[in-house]
Write a protein that binds this ligand. Structure first.
Ligand code: ADP
Ligand code: MG
Length: 867
């Protein structure tokens, strides 16, 4: 049996949109069928039904109401799906056979325009990757909601592409049909991105125009793929797209994926949220545009000193004048998101309320311009000159849009009186008519003497005169015609009333229709201003970021960094910008950080929790802050430009890719060693921990030596291998520093103070003692240590003769079983302890450790139960 014509139509359209949910318009619903329906029912938690579609058996079906579709679409997009909107494109009343339907828009995670699907403070990017040579790629990304596009060449291989993808909110990647499937899998699984295939279409005039200034053919081609995909999905003109901007990666600091993540620049490592990140501390922007711009700056710190100084000068200007700055901040509050508004204007989904907001924003611009002139800084003043408040656009909006318009643009009341003559006439007609009706009511009341008589209106019957039942006898014979009977009243009409009614309704209908037309015309006029609005938005967002830097710098006592040409770094009383903000009761302890050409490697020793990692990170964060143009948390800051930052921090397994900590460690170390220059900063935090002691120490030493001899990058290296501190004797550019734990009133206290030299060798034992471990244990540890120091190899002391070494295992509080193990019969407790002793922690992944712990706990619980 063949399917009904409608289902045939559905299948035909669906064939072109295999990888999307096809929202098939049927009356007031979008329906989905077959597999789409089953999947959507699950994902959206809606009821799966079925219908007879003519084929064998019933067809699975589910649907969402047209008017609330947006929420369902959002839910699917958020999960990374794509949705094809298929509308009826002819009037069902005149259609012969099945109504014609077409896909009018493809909504995908990277091409979202609708306000409620976007995060105000985040861009939403669609990217394209093409392979241009072995391990070389062209990469472009665009934010359709703001119209900006960036394109670049990536010569450092696939991982650099992944870093670009990771470092910004990219939601979807377009690749060409022949792109390597292994890489596509990585995009999907590791990066959790929606992957789409390039669309082969003919290029159009608009696309040619957008790429005309790109000289490199491969970059041009990549941008064309991007734009073709946009036009294919949107199926309409997109006037707000700006020319693609070519990015030379060599002009920006390289912050790979690992560093971006490890340094918690825009989101925290554990919770993946803004709180606890550098962005969280320095974001005091007022506008959504400013918030997005700040993120963009943080994603690409600068390398060119003059550009950095330019930003710093501006920050300085805003910093120096608190009151003027506060005025600016206040004024920025009423600036609407002009950047995204421009997008919606071009897209045709802007309403009268948006335009009112735009008008109010424009109204603030002259004040901001004036206020900027109040600053002493010439640089800040220059902003004032570059701002065009667009008075003609303001006037246009001020004369046209009503002050408090409705959201809907099809129901009238959008425009002011006096804006358009014909509209005024219709409105007069309708107002006069209504006035006449109000007078009629008074007249009828008086003449019939019925006080409760009233004239009402409803959509079905139009205007009517209503008289309550007890008063009916008072109506003179033949005065009204009966129209409708209610329980308590009768409704009447008169010839005259009906005449007036049709005048009023006609005038209203015409005026609503005319208003809609006028509004569309107005929207077209506003469209002409898009490039100007975009430029204004650009300036305002920059001002916003700069005032934000000035505001945090003042509030947190940051200083302006100085850049020197030699490789020197000197941070006096440096602080960690985030930790100092999240600390509650305690004070952050500032420490000085110094690195020089001839001392560019710092080896940091000290017990756990003393502050080694913090010290290392604060240097990296300070450098990043300085190179985006913000002041930094220190008393004095002398810096040289850092071209790249590499990090190996933190012990979290890369769970997504399933690699163990040690593998990740080595990947990150390799990455640093391969790419770092003498202008780079490398942070290696306790490297070598994930493997056995000898391996780890050997690797750690070899890495330090390699950096020292070949790379000469500034390097901070924290380690628990105390032996490494002796490297200072042979590596001239290496310096030992350490953090100590102190004993105060019998408690271990970390003062978090960095000192020169290596940590005391026995600090570990010292801390153990402070922690209250039994004396015989401490004594034994000291014996082992001194013997280790005596031997040239670092072999652990044989455990055989420990009895003679004056050590009694029963005294260790940790392991002491309540009943000592009975000879011959192993108790369960003893078995657990044995297992514990056998565990090779250093060779385990955290997951293995969890499993082992789980097994042991089960055993322990069993043992307890048996007792
Ligand atoms: P380590 O790497 O030596 O184990 P961390 O750098 O992780 O130690 O620091 C541990 C904790 O100590 C931090 O979370 C922070 O709360 C505190 N801390 C570190 N450095 C300082 C400091 N300079 N001043 C105050 N508290 C600090
Ligand atoms: Mg640490």
């Amino acid at each position: 049996m063949s399917h009904t014509p409608m289902i045939q139509q559905y299948l035909k359209i669906k064939a072109d949109y295999q990888d999307c949910f096809l929202f098939f318009r049927l009356g007031d619903f979008y329906e989905m069928f077959f597999e789409d329906a089953k999947k959507a029912a699950l994902e959206l938690e809606i009821t799966l039904t079925s219908r007879d579609g003519g084929g064998d058996g019933r067809i699975p079906m589910c649907g969402v109401p047209f008017h609330s579709a947006e929420n369902y679409i959002k839910a699917l997009i958020d999960k990374g799906y794509k949705v094809a909107i298929c509308e009826q494109v002819e009037d069902p009343k005149v259609a012969k056979g099945v109504v014609k339907r077409e896909v009018v828009q493809l909504i995908t995670p990277g091409t979202v325009m609708e306000g409620n699907m976007l995060d105000d403070k985040e861009n939403n990017y669609l990217a394209v990757v093409t392979e241009i040579a072995d391990q070389q790629f062209a990469f472009a990304y665009t934010d359709m909601s703001t119209g900006e596009t960036f394109v670049m060449e990536i010569k450092r291989g696939w991982n650099a592409v992944l870093s670009e993808l990771y470092n910004r909110p990219i939601k979807e990647v377009v690749v060409e049909q022949d792109f390597a499937t292994t890489l596509i899998d990585e995009l999907k699984e590791k990066m959790q991105l929606t992957v789409s295939y390039a669309i082969e279409t003919h290029s159009n005039q608009a696309i040619t125009e957008l790429v005309k200034d790109i000289s490199d053919d491969q970059l041009k081609q990549t941008c064309m793929v991007l734009y073709q995909y946009l036009f294919h999905t949107q199926k309409r003109a997109i006037d707000h797209l700006k020319q693609a901007q070519v990015i030379e990666l060599a002009e920006y600091m390289t912050l790979d994926m690992y560093s971006q993540r490890n340094l918690e620049i825009t989101s925290s490592l554990l919770r993946k949220e803004k709180f606890g990140s550098l962005l969280w501390v320095i974001d005091r922007t007022v506008t959504a545009m400013g918030a997005r711009k700040l993120k963009k700056w943080l994603e690409r710190p600068l390398l060119t000193q003059s550009l950095i100084e330019k930003r710093l000068d501006l920050v300085n200007g805003f910093y120096d004048q608190f009151f003027e700055r506060e005025e600016i901040r206040e004024a920025l509050q009423s600036i609407y998101d002009m950047e995204r508004l421009s997008g919606r204007v071009s897209f045709g989904n802007v309403n009268a309320r948006d335009l009112i907001q735009l008008k109010r924003s424009l109204a603030k611009v002259p004040f901001i311009k004036e206020q900027l002139k109040q600053f002493d800084s010439k640089a800040v003043q220059a902003f004032s000159d570059s701002m065009d408040p667009l008075p003609e656009l303001f006037e246009l909006l001020d004369n046209s849009i009503a002050e408090d318009p409705p959201i809907s643009i099809t129901e009238g009341n959008l425009l002011k009186d006096g804006y358009h003559q014909e509209l005024d006439q219709y409105r007069d007609a309708s107002r006069n008519g209504k006035h006449w009706i109000a007078e009629l009511e008074q007249k009828e009341k008086a003449e019939t003497n019925i006080k409760s008589l009233k004239i009402g209106f409803n959509r079905v019957f139009g205007y009517y005169i209503e008289v309550t039942r007890p008063n009916l006898p008072m109506i003179p014979e033949g005065r009204y015609q009966r129209k409708q009977t209610l329980t308590n009243a009768e409704r009447f009409i008169t010839e005259e009333l009906k005449e007036k009614e049709s005048l009023i309704l006609e005038a209203e209908e015409k005026s609503v229709e005319l208003e809609y037309q006028l509004f569309l015309e107005l929207r077209e006029k506003v469209k002409m201003y898009i490039p100007y609005l975009q430029r204004l938005a650009e300036t305002i967002s920059e001002i916003d970021v700069l005032q934000s830097f000035a505001t945090v710098s003042e509030e947190n006592n940051y200083v302006r960094p100085n850049f020197t040409k030699d490789h020197h770094i000197y941070l006096e009383e440096s602080r960690h910008p985030v930790i100092e903000k999240v600390m509650k009761d305690e004070q952050f302890v500032p420490n000085t950080i110094e690195l020089a050409d001839d001392k560019h490697l710092l080896l940091i020793t000290g017990p756990n929790m003393s502050g080694k990692s913090t010290y290392m990170r604060q240097l990296a964060l300070t450098i990043i802050m300085a190179q985006v143009g913000c002041f930094v948390p220190a008393q004095r800051a002398e810096l040289s430009i850092t071209d790249q930052i590499f990090t190996r921090i933190g012990a979290a397994d890369d769970l997504v890719s399933g690699q163990s900590t040690f593998m990740v460690e080595m990947l990150e170390a390799n990455h640093a060693v391969q790419h770092a220059t003498e202008d780079s900063l490398i942070l290696l935090d306790e490297i070598g921990r994930g493997t056995s002691t000898y391996d780890g120490m050997a690797l750690a030493q070899a890495i330090i030596e390699y950096i020292h001899d070949h790379i000469k990058a500034k390097t901070l290296f924290s380690t628990h291998y105390h032996e490494l501190t002796s490297l200072e004797d042979n590596l001239s550019a290496l310096k030992n520093i350490h953090v100590r734990a102190e004993e105060i009133e019998g408690k271990v206290v970390f003062l978090h103070q960095i000192h020169e030299g290596a940590a005391d060798e026995s600090y570990g034992i010292h801390v153990a003692q402070l922690a209250g471990l039994p004396n015989p244990l401490i004594k034994r540890a000291n014996v082992i240590l001194s013997q280790l120091e005596g031997t040239s190899s670092n072999k652990p002391l044989s455990s055989k003769n420990r009895e003679e070494d004056n050590f009694e295992i029963e005294q260790i509080a940790f392991f002491a079983p309540e009943e000592p193990a009975k000879k011959g019969k192993k108790s369960a407790d003893h078995e657990i302890i044995e297992n514990l002793q056998k565990i090779k922690l250093l060779e385990m992944t955290p997951m293995d450790a969890m499993n082992e712990l789980y097994q042991l706990q089960k055993k322990a619980q069993g043992a307890k139960g048996r007792k």
